[in-house]
Unconditional design. Sequence first.
Length: 615
Amino acid sequence: MTSRRTLAVVGTPNVGKSTLFNALTGLRQKVGNFPGVTVEPLLGSVRTSEGAAELIDLPGVYGLDPTSEDERMTADVLRGEHPSIPRPDGLIVVLNGSAPEKCLALFSSLADLGLPTVVAVTMVDEVKARGGAFDDITLHHELGVPVVSVVGSRGIGIGDLLDAIVRPTVAQIPTPVLSPTATPTERLTWATALVQRVVSPGNHNSRSEKLDRVLLHPVLGTVIFIGVMAFFFQAIFTWSEPLMTLIENGVAELQRLVADTMDDGVVQNFVTNALLGGVGSVIVFLPQILILNVMIVVLEECGYLARAAFLIDRFMGVFGLQGRSFIPLLGSFACAIPGIMSARIIPNYRDRMATILAAPLMTCSARLPVYALIISAVVPATTVWGGFGLQGIVMSALFVAGALSGLLLALVLKRTMFRGGVVPFLMEFPPYRLPSLRSLGIGVIHRAKDFLTTAGTVILAFSIALWILTELPRADVSSDMTEIQASQHQLEQSFAADIGRSIQPVFEPLGFDWRITLGILGSYAARETFVGVMGQIYAADVREDDVSLRTTLRSRLSLGTGLAILAFYVYSLQCISTMAVMKRETGSWKWPTISFVVLFVLAYLSAFIVYTMFS
């Protein structure tokens, strides 16, 4: 094997492919940035005894006759027909040992490609737990390629798989098992016959059936689903509070340290206000973003996410969508960008477009810092209804409002621009299993890096620009003014104040002063920037009272204004990256432009109504 051999990790959906990819690559992975590619597969490097190999994690497929955009990309890459992604040098085919029929049917198609192949059999521990057995030696002779049993979540078999990867490639080229023109039914028939020779199923998996009878029950399952979602949103707010307070106190301590150790002047002002006041105010909300992503990964890896999609398929049908749309929409709660991209698993064009346009209304993690800041400022930290935190309830209500609004938008689109019937929803359930701590850790670390990269680039750049605008032109300062009074006087006379005041009449009916207006404008670079703007503008007040930004805003914002800000952020599309991805997925700027205008109007009207009601 050459030192830079490229291998594609291929398999059907829900076979543990991502867990195995994480076990092989660890933190040595990144998103593939291929020109013109809308699906961005993960790339990772793996170290073997004969050098490094590059792995590419391709979307799951059932065959090489694609029905969705994800499947089309995988098929094109494997055939060497993709315009941007080169054909891999070999394949790692991931096979679910507890249900291998569909995986082997896929292998029969992959064998026709003539690429060196290694088969990794996952979930053999589940087969053994049921008293069954998997004969990997017989399967090796039948397929003519190396077959390795692995448990990716515990690292079992990973060393053997690495050894198989570095073997001479000639011995890894499979012999075609069927005619290239074989039908899917013929391939599945061949696979079923082979499974009978290599798999002893053992006892029936009664545990899964018992769980499914409860979790998929039309009434009890729905109640459990609502409870899971309520816990989901409460955890984001409640669990993160101690960590947020710890970070907040750390930032405040750094500000005091800078003030005590540096001479008064421009440099101290820059470090205290632009860096710590702006960027530091955003980093405080990292725990909430991480908890959100942990919850989503846990729901997916334990097998519940696919069942939740099936459970609410009928509910989604009310809005003209299918249960498959639930997965990209739930993913959009972490970030609308991968959510929109994952909509390509939806074969039907009309459903896919409606899902893409509804995705920005899901409450992404970028809104969390804004929500948490304003909620803590205007909503009392009390408990209601037997112990539920009022702040958590308000947070949940914002998530629900965004989700329901997105579904209603999808319904309108399906009744107008994308008319057509609902496509039947078919999905294979993954087995119930404990989440992989390794995969969970990798996901959390990558999300933290993404957030901190945003804070270190976009938000830092905006904080510096805002600091310049707040410091110029230099105002005349009276000698009898205190440092805090001088700072506030400078802010009032600055270019930033002029910009905010010039646009503020547009937002005045919503109860927004020039400071909030400036924050709204800044958040079109990144939603989190709103918090950075508030941290920088109110930096003097924070230093004066020796309290946090959240505490400072409690005396600055009325209930009506605070709730109006929340209502505005529920609807407004303020992410340039989301619009760019939407353009790539739809092939035109038409839909991002329509989405931006429609959501701005909704944001403005909802904020106006809320401000009028609560002022």
